[in-house]
Design a protein around this ligand. Structure first.
Ligand code: ADP
Ligand code: MG
Ligand code: MG
Length: 216
């Protein structure tokens, strides 16, 4: 399988993610306002802006992808605040941790799938969400599963990532049928019925944008 090559790869993929959440900022805020405080669009764009700046600085310092993602995750959590900021920070940092010590050409689909598994586990350790509770996890879990299937069938990183992102997008849409059991929206859970979870939606947008950047 092909590896993830190229200089400034963390900067490139996170810049693509920033563009996607910036374009969707109002929509993400509207989704979060349905049953919660309406700040998700603002929070994730602020967090992702900080993540891009941190990744860029790290790569300019000569850090490999792993180190750049670690620094980006910390920056995102610090800048974004809110439940999703801490959770996205862990996802980014733990994905980076899974790539530590590897040369670009060693980052295969299996390595990426392993890193994402570890990140998903850390995410659940922090947030305690279970599948079906209408959170980001309902997009992360199918993303993780498709990435693993693709790794097993020998797909390249970009192809595998894009297929997983497609599944995450479908899953994010499907969260509209659920009622939230975790996070701020759980208190007004019934209001949320018929609307997608904001965190699942932003996750799908982010991984889709990253996939497009990887495939480019
Ligand atoms: P806050 O609720 O602090 O204002 P955001 O609005 O930025 O934070 O993010 C809300 C999103 O965070 C939700 O849509 C959900 O996907 C996610 N989320 C909240 N709590 C949890 C949790 N415990 N586990 C997983 N995801 C969560
Ligand atoms: Mg909110
Ligand atoms: Mg908030």
């Amino acid at each position: 399988a092909e590896g993830v090559a190229g200089e400034g790869i963390a900067d490139q993929v996170l810049t693509a993610a920033l563009a996607a959440v910036t374009e969707a900022e109002d929509e993400l805020g509207r989704l979060d306002a349905v049953a919660a405080d309406g700040d998700h669009g603002l929070g994730i764009t602020r967090g992702m802006r900080a993540a891009v700046a941190a990744a860029r600085a790290a790569e300019q310092d000569g850090e490999p992808l792993a180190g750049a993602l670690l620094r980006a995750g910390t920056a995102l959590a610090d800048a974004s605040g809110g439940a999703s900021g801490a959770l996205y920070g862990v996802l980014l940092a733990e994905t980076g941790a899974g790539l530590r010590g590897l040369a670009a050409e060693e980052i295969t689909t299996t390595v990426v799938a392993d890193a994402v598994d570890d990140a998903a586990r850390a995410f659940v350790d922090l947030g305690k969400a279970e599948p079906g509770e209408k959170t980001m996890l309902d997009a992360i879990e199918p993303f993780r599963a498709v990435l693993r299937e693709q790794a097993t069938s020998g797909a390249g990183v970009a192809d595998a990532w894009c297929k997983a992102a497609q599944r995450a997008s479908d899953a994010a849409q499907e969260t509209a049928h659920l009622v939230p059991a975790k996070g701020r929206a759980a208190r007004l859970a019934e209001r949320s019925r018929g609307h997608a979870d904001p965190g699942a939606t932003s996750f799908a947008l982010i991984v889709t944008a990253v996939g497009e950047a990887l495939a480019f």
